[in-house]
Design a protein around this ligand. Structure first.
Ligand code: NAP
Length: 262
């Protein structure tokens, strides 16, 4: 029975780059996102370039019925998934009280709820099949509060803590859990979150999704618990632990406010 790596949010940015890096290493893939035409052409391209089997499932992870449909298919156990990459996500920015509730809810549903349900469903299948690996995508935002992106930062803190907790719990069931905490990465994320990155876009502070993916697959092979690509991002994540909390809040708020388009 072939084994697959299932990657959510594989139609763009970090998810697409991770899927490519995995295909390059000979992994069969199941790509999940909403944009069917993109998934179809990526699947076709990776099959031709890397000689791997690539399936895709179109699914709006914020849509309960569609998510349940995907989960049911995965629970049938006919697809042997030995790596789950919970990458799909979106951001909101600007004053929380002025935000569009629909987008806030979508963020909670994709970034937290779908990710958690997939850990539960695929984690159980992996346990039955003797083990596997899960990679959840958080952010360096997970290490601190982030005014003007408060719900996004808080959601990523949830993903970080959930992943670390599950890593300890699932070890005895043969499942390795890691969490990826990228810093600013050149993708469509900022446009979606209504942020203008300006000069930062071309600077060294922004990593490319390909560079990030290469670092990540290597770290996954070493079963690293928390994967933070780039020394600047590791420094940022660590420094928030030592600086006073009030200062961390003020700094994060000032940075986010600067890049918020509103
Ligand atoms: N870029 C950064 O600087 C950065 C930094 C830290 C963490 N991250 C995290 O990295 C992850 C990937 O983001 P990215 O930067 O690669 O952004 P991106 O280029 O906008 O990609 C987001 C991906 O998520 C999918 N997605 C969004 N909403 C979805 C939904 N309702 N149902 C199914 N799929 C959905 C999108 O696919 P469709 O549109 O086809 O559905 C797309 O493939 C996110 O979790 C983000 O929070 C990003």
């Amino acid at each position: 029975m072939p084994r697959y790596a299932l990657v959510t949010g594989a139609s763009s940015g970090i998810g697409l780059a991770l899927a490519e890096a995995l295909a390059r290493r000979g992994r069969n893939l199941i790509l999940v996102a909403r944009q069917r035409d993109v998934l179809e052409s990526v699947a076709c391209e990776f099959t031709q370039r890397f000689g791997v089997e690539v399936l895709f499932r179109t699914c709006n992870l914020a849509h309960p019925t569609q998510l349940t449909g995907l989960i049911h298919e995965l629970e049938q156990g006919e697809l042997h998934i030995d790596l789950l990459v919970n990458n799909a996500g979106l951001g909101t920015s600007g004053p929380f009280l002025d935000s569009d509730w629909g987008r806030e809810q979508q963020q909670l549903e994709v970034n937290l709820l779908a990710l958690t349900r997939l850990c539960h469903a695929v984690g159980n299948s992996m346990a039955l099949q003797g083990g596997g690996q899960i990679l959840n995508v958080a952010s360096v935002a997970a290490f601190q509060p982030g005014p003007w992106m408060s719900s996004y930062y808080a959601g990523k803190a949830y993903v970080l803590n959930l992943s670390e907790g599950l890593r300890e719990e699932m070890k005895s069931r043969g499942i390795k859990v890691s969490v990826l905490c990228p810093g600013p990465t050149r993708t469509a994320f900022f446009r979606g979150a209504a942020m203008e990155m300006g000069k930062l876009d071309g600077s060294k502070l922004m990593m490319s999704a390909e560079e990030l993916a290469l670092y990540t697959v290597r770290a996954l092979e070493k079963n690293r618990a928390i994967i933070i690509p780039g020394w600047r991002n590791r420094l940022a994540a660590r420094s928030s632990r030592f600086a006073p909390r009030w200062l961390v809040r003020k700094l994060a708020g000032a940075i986010n406010k600067r890049f918020t388009a509103q």
